[in-house]
Design a protein around this ligand. Structure first.
Ligand SMILES: C[S@@+](CC[C@H](N)C(=O)[O-])C[C@H]1O[C@@H](n2cnc3c(N)ncnc32)[C@H](O)[C@@H]1O
Length: 315
């Protein structure tokens, strides 16, 4: 009886001895299996709850700029002070002396080696160069001095010269352009001559001014917009009307508009073409709306394809 009992006890002990590690093993197996299953079937990780959805690609940088707090714009401000303004009637002579060593670029123009290569047409190609904005602003401002940044063949400059004469104004128009066009522009302007690989844009511009009999009122400033505007500022040359129509990418537009502002006479108007152009993800518009308008706290007016800022209303 006792032996029977002892046998049962030893069997039970053996079962307990085997069952203990086995139950640990089963427990571990279950834990691992559950862990594995729950990992495999959990939903893909989600972004943090407040993370905004990415903006559509074509407007992403516009949105990024538009959320800049105006207090973060300090480093974008340009604070250069120009020299005291020289009288408007002295500006023409000043520029002839400083830029052309005292001799008008129209003197002895054209030189024989380029003369036969130039077009003498009354049709000058431009872009919106006769838009109503020119007459609207010239009537409003009665400008004595106009600075155009981006002139190309002179279509808009010649149009402004004719308008001012029709209105009985004595206006000088200074045309800043490096007269290099842009890479590939001759694809659309094959009739502009080349000499030793150099496109004769500057000479063709001079020829157009001659053809339209505007040599007394239109003068080129044949340098890059940045250096020319900085020099005008340094020389105290201010304008009543500043037109910006050179590079249409954001950085060019931003630089030209800022430098153009420096040389604007108080009460003058600055305006520029291609507000709606898609170039560089609407570079001109981003420069205007997202940075310049925010820095100066004004609204941009639109006239046709042009943006317009009247300095009378800038605080
Ligand atoms: C769109 S065209 C000007 C058109 C002209 N306003 C018209 O209506 O006929 C642009 C001109 O800007 C000039 N340009 C572009 N970037 C320039 C820069 N950084 N400095 C000087 N001129 C520049 C080009 O040479 C070109 O002649």
């Amino acid at each position: 009886m006792k032996t029977e009992h002892n046998k049962k006890l030893s069997v039970t002990n053996t079962i307990v001895k085997i069952a203990k590690p086995a139950s640990y093993f089963i427990f571990l197996l279950l834990t691992y299996t559950l862990g594995y299953l729950s990992h495999s079937f959990s939903p893909p990780s989600l972004p943090p709850p407040n993370f905004p959805p990415p903006p559509p690609p074509e407007t992403s940088s516009i949105l990024r700029f538009s959320v800049i707090d105006t207090t973060e714009l300090a480093s974008f401000r340009v604070t250069t002070q120009c020299s005291d303004p020289i009288p408007p009637e002295k500006i023409y002579r000043e520029l002839i002396d400083r830029i052309f060593n005292g001799t008008s670029p129209f003197t002895d123009f054209p030189q024989p080696h380029v003369a036969e290569k130039l077009l003498r047409s009354k049709k000058v190609r431009g872009w919106g160069s006769n838009g109503a904005v020119f007459e609207n602003l010239i009537r409003k401002v009665n400008p004595r001095i106009i600075v155009e940044v981006g002139t190309f063949l002179g279509a808009s400059a010649i149009h402004m010269a004719e308008l001012t004469q029709r209105l009985g104004l004595k206006t000088q128009i200074f045309c800043i352009d490096d007269f290099r066009g842009w890479a590939g522009f001759r694809d659309d302007f094959k009739n502009i001559a080349m000499l030793n690989g150099d496109v004769l844009l500057y000479h063709q511009f001079l020829q157009n001014v001659v053809t339209f009999n505007q040599t007394g009122s239109v003068l080129p400033v044949p340098f890059s917009s940045g250096s020319a505007l900085a020099k005008l500022c340094e020389w105290g040359v201010l304008a009543d009307l500043v037109e910006i129509d050179a590079g249409h990418d954001f950085l060019s537009a931003w630089a030209d508009i800022n430098r153009g502002f420096r040389i604007l006479r108080p009460g003058g108007v600055i305006f520029g073409h291609d507000y709606f152009t898609a170039a560089d993800n609407r570079g001109v518009r981003r420069a205007m709306v997202d940075l310049i308008a925010k820095i100066h706290r004004f609204k941009v007016k639109i006239d046709g394809q042009h943006w317009v800022i009247d300095s009378t209303y800038i605080h």
